[in-house]
Design a protein around this ligand. Structure first.
Ligand code: G6P
Length: 613
């Protein structure tokens, strides 16, 4: 997601904002801008391109003022350009806004505003926010109330920071859906609002975080926190430690926990720059996928290790279903020993968080040797798997420190979904309506992830109930079968509990013999095309006395009658189900391991990147 820095104090806001944005550069962006209140007027500098370019713009045409907001943007609605760069100012010239996230109902809001005669200067969803604020101000509301009304109308995972020349003593910010965070920093006679801690760390270590559906009115003296319904909220102030590792962990005890929680945001980042919601199109420029290549591909081998291989299994499903190209998944350590059948119309697609896993690289080399087109989906920028590929998709999730992979599992699921749509589009095998629907469904993902993350307290209770188990069976079908594998892998990696993932339909061919009261069964029984089959498998497990933990879709009243514990997930378009369904399993594994007092981030015998065969 984009970076945000806001400042209100006594110092010159411009260098503080520009430095803050610099600290967020690592997140990636394609445009940058800032707005400062100067002599009672809002002044904006913004453009496509890097921060260094914005700094030049500011040098040519300086800004000065003690209140301002800045932004680095990754395009979702409209190309990277000056007119689409943030901040966005309203028609009165008195309100300005920066925004992270996706306004899911933006087309609706835009139509309503257009019907009132509002014209738009950009293609962004963000611009609707500033016009809505002005719309409410015109009815006589002050900035805070106009902002509150606006925030309540926005659907999806969104963070907004805005200011008005008419009320120059405040910045208003909100975390609306289940978006990535807003951090508010407390200084002496000055305050900060940012999307990430590093943006403000050089100025203050006293911070508070907004929860979902909270807003803050930030003045030079402090911040007043409220829910979007106007209930006062007491700010819990944290002091960020000086130790850089601890500082990076922020409010979390372990990196894995932090990385699980980053997923609402990392999934928004995954979409950034790739999805054109207006036209229902996908852009993956680094893949170098031409229509000619798309049309001659006859087969795709996905190769990867560990968690990444399970991501590939979901990818097989997505690519075969959406693009109708045959896909085989082979783990990296086996690929080169099976003499795979490859020619120049074959793609070898490697998935790797580190981009340095020896077995995955060896599989890529085998593909190269046999003349395949080599692609990779990689998190670590500049790694070998990225460099040696003919084309790549960068995961855009930021560094992952915890050995057990979490956010680098969900990102490639979305990457492969986008890849499948792009392939189908270029091959002409997807009708426009379906393509637009598939693309449009992507906008839901960050908020759905955030909603699951909010259920953590219930999942933690289940973890307490399971903390002493010795074995666990995970069952799933269809596109959720790999999620059963991944759920089991997470548990065994960090809690050292023996766990097995199994295709649920295979249970009767063996594993059912294992089920008794000492063998809990985790079943993925969400509303997808295999729902009814899973229900009958759940009954079989229950009949044999096993404790059943079901991942189920909110509103389902059948599953709770058969399960001892339910981990709820919101209703999700089923092709994107795995992205959401794995999150409760990550949280469950995390808490079981944490309750057992284990070294979650560095489990015994495991390494983050395995560079030997
Ligand atoms: C190691 C890690 C796993 C990871 C696998 C593949 O075994 O412990 O968590 O899934 O390597 O890593 P990669 O960097 O290629 O995704």
């Amino acid at each position: 997601m984009c970076g945000i820095v806001g400042y209100i104090g006594a110092r010159d806001a411009t260098p503080i904002i520009l430095n803050g944005l610099k600290r967020l550069e690592y997140r990636g962006y394609d445009s940058a801008g800032l707005a400062v209140l100067q002599n009672g007027k809002i002044e904006i500098r913004r453009d496509a391109g890097k921060l260094s370019h914005l700094i030049e713009l500011v040098a040519q045409s300086p800004l000065s003022g003690t209140v301002g907001i800045g932004h680095t943007r990754w395009a979702t609605h409209g190309e990277p350009s000056a007119r689409n760069a943030h901040p966005h100012i309203g028609h009165t010239g008195r309100v300005v806004v920066v925004h992270n996230g996706i306004v899911e109902n933006f087309l609706e809001l835009r139509e309503e505003l257009a019907a009132e005669g509002v014209t738009f200067n950009s293609d962004t969803d963000t611009e609707t926010i500033v016009h809505l604020v002005e719309h409410y101000q015109a009815t006589g509301l002050d900035l805070t109330e106009a902002a509150r009304r606006t925030f309540k109308q926005l659907r999806g995972a969104n963070v907004v920071v805005l200011l008005s020349a008419d009320e120059p003593d405040k910045i208003v910010t909100a975390r609306i859906g289940n978006a990535g965070g807003v951090v508010i920093g407390y200084g002496e006679g000055e305050m900060f609002a940012a999307s990430d801690i590093p943006a403000i760390l050089e100025h203050t270590r006293k911070v508070t975080f907004l929860e979902s559906r909270q807003m803050a009115i930030v003045t030079r003296e402090g911040a007043r926190l409220e829910t979007l319904d106007g209930e006062p909220v007491e700010a819990k102030i944290h002091t960020i430690p000086w130790d850089p590792v601890a500082a990076e962990k922020g409010e979390y005890r372990h990196f894995m926990h932090k990385e699980i929680h980053e997923q609402a945001r990392s999934l928004a980042d995954t979409l950034a720059g790739r999805v054109d919601f207006q036209n229902g199109k996908i852009r993956l420029p680094e893949l170098n996928l031409t229509p000619e290549l798309a049309n001659r591909i006859q087969k795709i081998y996905i190769t990867a290790c560990g968690t990444a291989a399970y991501a590939g299994m979901v990818g097989k499903y997505l690519i075969e279903k959406i693009a109708r190209i045959p896909v085989e998944v082979e783990i990296g350590s086996e690929f080169r020993y099976r003499d795979p059948i490859i020619d120049e119309n074959t793609v070898v697609l490697a998935i790797s968080q580190s981009g340095e896993t020896a077995d995955t690289l060896a599989a890529m080399e085998e593909g190269r040797r046999k003349g395949a087109v080599l692609w990779s989906i990689v998190n670590a920028i500049g790694s070998q798997a990225m460099r040696i590929a003919d084309g790549y998709i960068s995961m855009q999730t930021g560094p992952e420190i915890g050995v057990a992979s979490t956010k680098a599992f969900t990102a490639p699921l979305v990457d492969q979904y986008m890849l499948a749509i792009l392939l189908a589009d270029l091959r002409g095998t997807l009708d426009e309506k379906t393509r637009r629907q598939l693309v449009s469904d992507l906008r839901l993902v960050p908020d759905l992830a955030g909603r699951v993350l909010n259920t953590e307290p219930e999942i933690e209770k289940v973890a307490w109930a399971l903390k002493d188990i010795r074995n666990c069976l995970y069952l799933g079908r269809g596109i959720n079968m790999p999620i059963a594998y991944e759920g089991a892998l997470k548990l065994k990696e960090i809690s050292y509990i023996h766990a097995e993932g199994y295709p649920a339909g295979e249970m009767k061919h063996g594993p059912i013999a294992l089920i008794d009261e000492t063998m809990p069964v985790v079943a993925l029984v969400t509303k997808d095309p295999w729902y009814e089959k899973m229900i009958s498998q759940l009954q079989q497990a229950k009949a044999r006395g096993g404790t059943v933990i079901a991942v189920a879709t909110e509103g389902d009243d059948l599953v709770p009658t058969m399960a001892d514990h339910v981990l709820w997930v919101p209703e999700t378009p089923w092709l994107l189900g795995p992205v959401i369904n794995v999150i409760p399993l990550q949280i469950l594994a995390y808490h079981i391991a944490a309750i057992r007092g284990l070294d979650v981030d560095q489990p015994r015998n495991l390494a983050k990147s395995v560079t030997v065969e």
